[in-house]
Design a protein around this ligand. Structure first.
Ligand code: EPU
Length: 346
């Protein structure tokens, strides 16, 4: 079967910010053979390839040149080794459904990552993370098709160079691979992780005091789901891409001067003597929480989330993001890095 490649397709339905960008060429990929055909088509026509999963972590400018592919490879299989369950997941599988079905099978380890929008194939690219767990904590390997050779390559955790909302696929290997499946390691024994402050206090509120027997994987998943629902707008109703900026990492000098200005700011020490501070706090202190310019705005319950209230363009959204970056730079001398990947041109 040959691929159904169409021209000048609106991508509005394919990105969670609902930005109305046009793809020069567009197709869906449901099998490895189709991925290889798409690579061959792009080569023959000298086109760049841009990969979209659920489009929940991208900002699209108005024109996307080349071939835009929607990766929809399905399938979940597993293998047991003692208490470990190795789950191999097609890149097009929905992440949130995977978390729910894993929990339903009593395969533990993904609870803290409940309700994150997006597909399996996108998860390693930004190393999704929430409430104290990152994908890389459960990641074993992935298979991807190389953009130029069309060959299938296997990559392990080290190969992927995971970092905070970061991997080799956002840097050196940007657009060089199409991820087709990911293998993660779960466990039949609960791996309860409740050290994230907001999760911990929500659990304490429910249970009175935290005991190892009281906290179950299901309770963690339910609590994370409730916290997310309370703060993060549902993209189906309020188009958004989750956190729009990374939380900045500060060295000791930067942190010392910030803490003088903001003694109450939460500080999360990380490796290398650096500390992470919440970008949402900085944005809020610039008076921008809930700020709106025409059809784009900053969420009133989470200052790190930008919303398209309808009909907005990538240009308007990025103009608001720049305004936020400038405000934070001027007030705190801290640069906020945009987290989603930006594609296309105006
Ligand atoms: N805060 C404010 N104002 C706000 C919101 C938060 O001052 O409007 C402060 C609060 O002090 C709060 C702190 O910021 O304690 C942290 O807020 P939150 O727990 O909501 O986390 P975040 O740093 O804003 C990060 C991730 C989220 C993830 C949560 C929970 C990044 C860029 N974002 O957000 O990930 O769900 O932690 O782990 O690291 C995403 O990547 O799209 C995403 C939603």
């Amino acid at each position: 079967m040959s691929l159904d490649i169409r021209r000048q397709v609106s991508l509005q339905r394919y990105n969670s910010l609902a930005l109305d960008a046009k793809a020069e060429y567009f197709c869906r990929l449901t099998t490895i053979q189709e991925v290889q055909q798409a690579v061959a088509f792009a080569d023959a026509n000298k086109l760049a390839i841009t990969v979209l999963g659920c489009g929940s972590n991208v900002v699209l400018k108005s024109e996307l040149a080349g071939l835009i592919v929607l990766v929809q490879l399905a399938g979940i299989s597993h293998r047991r080794a003692g208490n470990d369950i190795y789950v191999t997941v097609g890149a097009g599988e929905d992440w949130s459904s995977l978390v729910a079905s894993s929990l339903g099978n009593s395969w533990f380890g993904l609870e803290n990552l409940a309700l994150i929008p997006g597909s399996m194939g996108a998860a390693p690219i930004q190393n999704i993370g929430a409430y104290g767990v990152e994908l890389c904590d459960r990641f074993v390997s992935l298979e991807a098709i190389h953009r130029r050779t069309g060959e299938i390559c296997s990559m392990d955790r080290l190969d992927c160079e995971f970092g905070y909302r970061d991997s080799i696929f956002k840097n050196r290997e940007l657009n060089n691979y199409i991820i087709i499946e990911v293998c993660i390691k779960l466990s039949t024994k609960p791996i309860n992780n409740w050290h994230y402050p907001e999760l911990r206090s929500a659990l304490e509120e429910k249970l009175g005091s935290l005991t190892a027997s009281g906290v179950t994987p299901q309770l963690i998943a339910d609590t994370v789901t409730e916290i997310r629902r309370a703060k993060l707008p549902d993209p189906a109703l309020w188009p958004n891409a989750g956190s729009f900026f990374k939380n900045p990492l500060l060295d000791r000098t930067q942190l010392a001067s910030l803490v003088v200005a903001e003694p109450q700011i939460p500080v999360y020490p990380v490796a290398g003597g650096l500390s992470k501070v919440p970008a949402a706090w900085l944005i809020e202190r610039c008076g921008l929480r809930g700020h709106r310019v025409e059809q784009v705005g900053i969420h009133s319950k989470q200052a790190l989330v930008l919303i398209n209230y309808g009909g907005s363009s990538g240009r308007q959204l990025l103009a608001l993001a720049e305004h936020m970056q400038r405000a934070v730079k001027e007030k705190f001398d801290i640069y906020l890095e945009i987290e989603p990947t930006i594609y296309g041109s105006f």
